[in-house]
Design a protein around this ligand. Structure first.
Ligand SMILES: COc1ccc(/C=N/Nc2[nH]nc(C)c2C(=O)Nc2cccc(NC(C)=O)c2)cc1
Length: 273
């Protein structure tokens, strides 16, 4: 069927959801269908200024081609003289990051459910030759059922509340990324290890006072498990098998799904097959 051409007249704009370097995100409703979406507005002058035209184009082509329950949909886009509008799936729960900060850290069941969803979404991406989804807690949204949605275009949006300075943090980068080596699918396995640790302990494993120390801790894989909160041996086992410097030795995605900690703790309903 012919691709529908959208324009601003097709939408009623609601409250702003958050703002970022390149623009803002608004709640919006498609007039005819009354369908609720999130409308991301990116200013063309910002695209020129930061020379990100090709990156934006690639990210949008990738995002449009992905269809997975744990990946936020990009339904389409349109533009006017000064702005580009992305028509995105609306995830009612907002950033997973906010829930993590509010609770401090998540239960092992909650953490395992999110890791299971992420693993499924990444296995789907890898099957479609899409790697390095740049997964960080603020690129993860929750829908009205609390299901995880990977929402990254690489444009992290700043919510109206004060933002932690995520851009520029090395915390989530694998050693080969930090060393700017060619990276392959296995960087995503490393990131899953970082996120699993952060969900359970409330902070990423190699956090340090400054980037140099974080860099050193990543390169050394300086992994320690605090005694508080108490964490199961299975969880530590999974984290230790993902945060491995040699990317070829990281636990493959399929093995993560079959790991005892996931099998025992993840809520199958939270993991969309
Ligand atoms: C500030 O409190 C909020 C609570 C919930 C939301 C829900 N956002 N849901 C979204 N669905 N699709 C997209 C894209 C978004 C989105 O970008 N949300 C967003 C954007 C910027 C900041 C935040 N911040 C938080 C805390 O969720 C969310 C947004 C803001």
């Amino acid at each position: 069927k012919r691709k529908r051409q959208w324009s601003l007249q097709d939408f009623e704009i609601g409250k702003p959801l958050g703002k970022g370097k390149f623009g803002r995100v608004y709640l919006a409703r498609e007039v005819k269908s009354k369908y609720i979406v999130a409308l991301k507005v990116i200013f063309k002058e910002q695209i020129e200024k930061y020379r990100i035209h090709h990156q934006l184009k690639r990210e949008m082509e990738i995002q449009t081609s992905l269809r997975h329950p744990n990946i936020l949909r990009l339904y389409g886009w349109f533009h006017d003289d000064e702005r580009i509008f992305l028509i995105l799936e609306y995830a009612h729960g907002g950033e997973l990051y906010r829930e993590l900060r509010k609770k401090g850290y998540l239960s092992e069941k909650q953490a395992a459910t999110y890791i299971g969803s992420l693993t499924n979404a990444l296995a789907y991406c890898h099957k479609k030759d899409v790697i390095h989804r740049d997964i960080k807690p603020e690129n993860l949204l929750l829908d009205h059922e609390g299901r995880l949605k990977i929402a990254d275009f690489g444009w992290s949006v700043q919510s109206r509340s004060k933002r932690h300075t995520m851009c520029g943090t090395l915390d989530y980068l694998a050693p080969e990324m930090v060393e700017n080596k060619a990276h392959d699918y296995a960087v995503d396995n490393w990131t899953l290890g970082i996120l699993c640790y952060e969900f359970i302990y409330g902070a990423p494993p190699f956090e340090a006072e400054n980037q140099t120390d974080t860099f050193r801790r990543i390169m050394k894989v300086d992994l320690t498990f605090p005694s508080d909160p108490p964490v199961s041996a299975e969880a530590k086992n999974l984290i230790s098998r993902l945060l491995v410097k040699d990317s070829s030795k990281r636990l493959p995605l399929q093995k993560i799904m079959d790991h005892p900690w996931i099998l025992k703790n993840a809520d199958p309903m939270g993991i969309c097959k």
